[in-house]
Design a protein around this ligand. Sequence first.
Ligand SMILES: *[C@@H]1O[C@H](CO)[C@@H](O)[C@H](O)[C@H]1NC(C)=O
Ligand SMILES: *[C@@H]1O[C@H](CO)[C@@H](O)[C@H](O)[C@H]1NC(C)=O
Ligand SMILES: *[C@@H]1O[C@H](CO)[C@@H](O)[C@H](O)[C@H]1NC(C)=O
Ligand SMILES: *[C@@H]1O[C@H](CO)[C@@H](O)[C@H](O)[C@H]1NC(C)=O
Ligand SMILES: *[C@@H]1O[C@H](CO)[C@@H](O)[C@H](O)[C@H]1NC(C)=O
Length: 346
Amino acid sequence: MFFGAVQLGIMAACVVLFVPMGMAGWHLSRNKVLFFSGALFITLAVCIHLIPYFPSFFPQTPPVLFQQDPGNSCISSLNDVAFRSDSDGFSWNWDNSSSGSYYCDFQKLGRADVSDLLNGSWVVVAGDSQARLFMVALLELVLGADEMESIHDDLFKRHSDYHIVVEEIGLKLDFLWSPYVTNLTNVVTEFKRNHTYPDVLVMGSGLWHMLHFTNYSDYGVSLQLLRDSLFRSLPVSRKYDMEPDSARALHLFWIGMPTLINGLLNTEEKRVKMTREMCDAYDLELYKSKLLRRDGGSLLLLDVEMLSSKCGADCSSDGMHYNDVVYEASVHVMLNALLIESHQKL
Ligand SMILES: *[C@@H]1O[C@H](CO)[C@@H](O)[C@H](O)[C@H]1NC(C)=O
Ligand SMILES: *[C@@H]1O[C@H](CO)[C@@H](O)[C@H](O)[C@H]1NC(C)=O
Ligand SMILES: *[C@@H]1O[C@H](CO)[C@@H](O)[C@H](O)[C@H]1NC(C)=O
Ligand SMILES: *[C@@H]1O[C@H](CO)[C@@H](O)[C@H](O)[C@H]1NC(C)=O
Ligand SMILES: *[C@@H]1O[C@H](CO)[C@@H](O)[C@H](O)[C@H]1NC(C)=O
């Protein structure tokens, strides 16, 4: 309305100025020009002051709202988690001071909810030891304590895959040991060759590369190749073309590297190579690869770097692997993202 009034005012000024001038061109005397000018001015002034009382005669331009899609803004605040430590150890919850988590009604899912959500799904977790800890946290939600006990040794066999089918809910869970990004690319290529795709694919890798190659630009190249192969191979774009609940869609997640606490790292080699600066350089490569959704890609970040840094140094024994609570929180971040995106359906 304000903008409209300004335009009208300018137009009125022009009329007041130019109409009598035009008439003066038709040989009116100066007094008559002044008279017409004055009369026009008064008429227009009265009109302009009356406009607010008859708004319906002057259609307004609709206000432009810069409103975010509520689903999306909830997705972006999923990682806003806070940790607390007390005599029982560490606990976590969504940070209630974050506006997102305040409005979005995130929930810690219990075993029954998770069974519902993942019923009949195929979930693949591929990556390094961070991914394995993520897998453990997920299994702990799905299985009972006894079952967890019985599979513990297999699950923690170093540098190996692990497969399990939870019969009651038809849930198939695969952990694929993939310490390097090139291994992840191979996994993606194999899905394509097999013509089978999981419902949920969780990936993450970086620490091994940092330790054994210590070359961030090479890491960047491998991330780029992973992104290319994802775009070529997986039916990712389907997800954005279809209604969320009209088809099974592939949900992609990236497990971020943890915050490294240099002084706690357990070998000299790690302390020398895995510095703060090197971590930043590796992060920058991840950003440049545009693999993550926040950077224009298709993988949603499970922000283990932020979660682990919030949990703090007391939450880690070796400066690299953190207390279960960090991975538990990241599993709930993933599950809530799935809930939001699938509207309770997978
Ligand atoms: C937020 O959480 C803290 C600690 O968990 C609690 O003391 C506080 O009352 C909570 N605030 C609100 C607004 O719920
Ligand atoms: C899983 O889904 C099947 C078919 O939709 C249903 O019959 C079964 O009760 C579900 N199981 C659980 C534990 O939700
Ligand atoms: C992962 O990739 C590395 C380097 O490309 C290779 O040596 C190793 O065998 C691969 N591991 C797996 C499990 O595929
Ligand atoms: C591809 O299929 C083969 C043979 O069925 C299977 O062994 C392999 O695990 C599959 N790969 C993936 C990534 O699912
Ligand atoms: C780091 O990786 C890049 C890209 O793969 C390569 O060109 C470069 O030679 C590597 N640098 C070192 C010091 O190995």
